[in-house]
Ligand binder design. Structure first.
Ligand code: ADP
Ligand code: ADP
Length: 233
């Protein structure tokens, strides 16, 4: 199944002067892929992430997400699609400080799962998947950075999204914690979770199944063996 299909997707910011942040790109992601988008600061990574994650609209091109032509959707429908089908993991963990791990994860289901009991059950399962079954009732302040990021990953997963988008997921972690987080992403992908990881770190990119490079707003394919294909248009 194709999860992401970008056809000639580009983005310019209508500032003075205009910034061509993303040149038209074709990109296909199949279910089960793990793609790294690697590039330096200012290369257009956030712009691409915002488009992939339905957080922003392109200025050109066509985006079909999980079979839905996103350009035909209104704001409300896009938000609903994003909420149900895409999980986000950011560099800053964005956990609520006065909520336990299980509460932080369960909150992600607030608008989709009416039963609080079902939300908690799903949150416990998601935390077990990231190796935190023993930290369910811990507060973020008592957890290591790696544990906090694994809570954030559990929160991204709990709604069984079609795609998990990670923006510099190890950017705030020391190397031991970064490895633990990358091992979790590896296990999840082995289990069928589709991942896109945006990073400036080649070591993080090396863990993915395939890579594309982005530089000055242009995406270029890195390794030809990959199922995802990316070419500049
Ligand atoms: P990265 O995430 O790789 O650091 P960005 O996607 O944030 O790159 O930025 C790509 C280019 O687009 C940069 O030149 C940046 O200054 C510019 N840019 C990003 N967002 C905006 C915006 N809202 N308005 C104008 N220019 C922007
Ligand atoms: P990141 O570190 O995640 O790449 P940035 O510092 O590049 O984030 O950008 C932070 C925010 O500012 C983003 O929402 C981005 O779209 C916006 N932004 C980046 N560059 C510009 C710019 N030149 N003009 C206006 N907004 C910008």
């Amino acid at each position: 199944t194709t999860i992401v299909e970008l056809r000639g997707i580009g983005k310019s910011y209508q500032t003075t002067p205009v910034v061509h942040a993303l040149q038209p790109v074709d990109l296909t992601i199949e279910a089960g892929d793990w793609l790294a988008v690697v590039g330096p600061s200012g290369s257009g990574k956030s712009t691409l992430l915002n488009l992939l994650g339905l957080l922003d609209r392109p200025t050109q091109g066509r985006y079909v997400f999980a079979g839905v032509d996103v350009s035909t959707l209104g704001e409300r429908e896009r938000t609903a699609l994003r909420g149900r089908r895409i999980g986000f993991v950011f560099q800053q963990f964005h956990l609520l400080p006065h909520r336990t791990a299980v509460e932080n994860v369960a909150l992600a289901l607030l608008y989709t799962t009416p039963s609080a009991g079902q939300r908690t059950t799903a949150a416990v399962q998601a935390l077990r998947r990231v190796g935190l079954g023993h930290r369910l009732h811990a507060l973020p302040s008592t957890m290591s950075g790696g544990e906090r990021q694994r809570v954030a990953i559990a929160r991204a997963l709990v709604g069984a999204p079609d795609l998990v988008l990670c923006d510099e997921p190890t950017g705030n972690l020391d190397s031991a914690n970064a490895h633990a987080v990358l091992d979790v992403l590896n296990d999840l992908n082995a289990d069928g979770v589709t991942l896109i990881v945006i990073t400036h770190d080649p070591d993080v990119a090396a863990r993915a199944r395939s890579r594309v490079h982005i530089r000055d707003g242009s995406v270029t394919s890195a390794d030809p063996r990959s199922a995802p294909s990316a070419t500049t248009a």
